[in-house]
Design a protein around this ligand. Structure first.
Ligand code: AR6
Length: 170
């Protein structure tokens, strides 16, 4: 089974084989984690995203899917961009959020990554309640087949996120 670790901090400062970006379907940047990754990773990442839009992803990346690019200047080999669902009180979109974690892990495994760092997808601008987002993240990673990924690191920005994930892991 994959080892789950928790870190409080900025995901762009992490060293890992793959770093996951909480992107949007345009793949062309935004705020939150996405803004930070493009700022710190440099223009190479955006260039790679533009190339994806010009080829296989003309309509953008669908919610729940994931795709990899270079990590530019980040301390990683790959950035895996995934599009979380926007929280809805009327519709249960949990399977889409679980899919983000599963698909990102699948792509990391294909790339031969051993360590992968995830943010708490959808829990920022997309409004997903932190406790529920943490539950889905940890449950999905625990039950996914991830080899050769040996470590899944959740990088949590603040105390609330760190505590929510801690409750799921212990
Ligand atoms: N490192 C780690 N976690 C972070 C960082 C960081 N540097 N910055 C924010 N967080 P969000 P979403 C936390 O909004 O909800 C973008 O505009 C944040 O506190 O980055 O999936 C995209 O382009 C929260 O807990 O992603 C999309 O349009 C978590 O990361 C949209 O936002 C996710 O927050 C995606 O929204």
């Amino acid at each position: 089974m994959v080892r789950i670790t928790l870190v409080q901090g900025d995901i762009t400062e992490q060293q890992a084989d793959a770093i996951v970006n909480a992107a949007n379907s345009s793949l062309l940047g935004g705020g939150g984690v996405d803004g930070a990754i493009h700022r710190r990773g440099g223009p190479e990442i955006l260039e790679a995203c533009r190339a994806l839009r010009a080829s296989h992803y003309g309509k953008g990346l669908a919610t729940g899917q994931a795709v990899a690019t270079t990590a530019g200047r980040l301390h990683a080999d790959h950035v895996i961009h995934t599009v979380g669902p926007v929280w809805s009180g009327e519709e249960d979109r949990s399977s889409l959020l679980a899919s983000c974690y599963r698909e990102s892990l699948r792509i990391a495994a294909e790339l031969g990554a051993r360590t992968i760092a995830f943010p708490a997808i959808s829990t920022g601008i997309y409004g997903w309640p932190m406790d529920d987002g943490a539950r889905i993240a940890v449950e999905t990673v625990r039950t996914a087949s991830a080899a050769p990924v040996a470590e899944v690191r959740f990088v949590l920005f603040d105390d609330t996120a760190y505590e929510a994930f801690s409750r799921q892991v212990t």
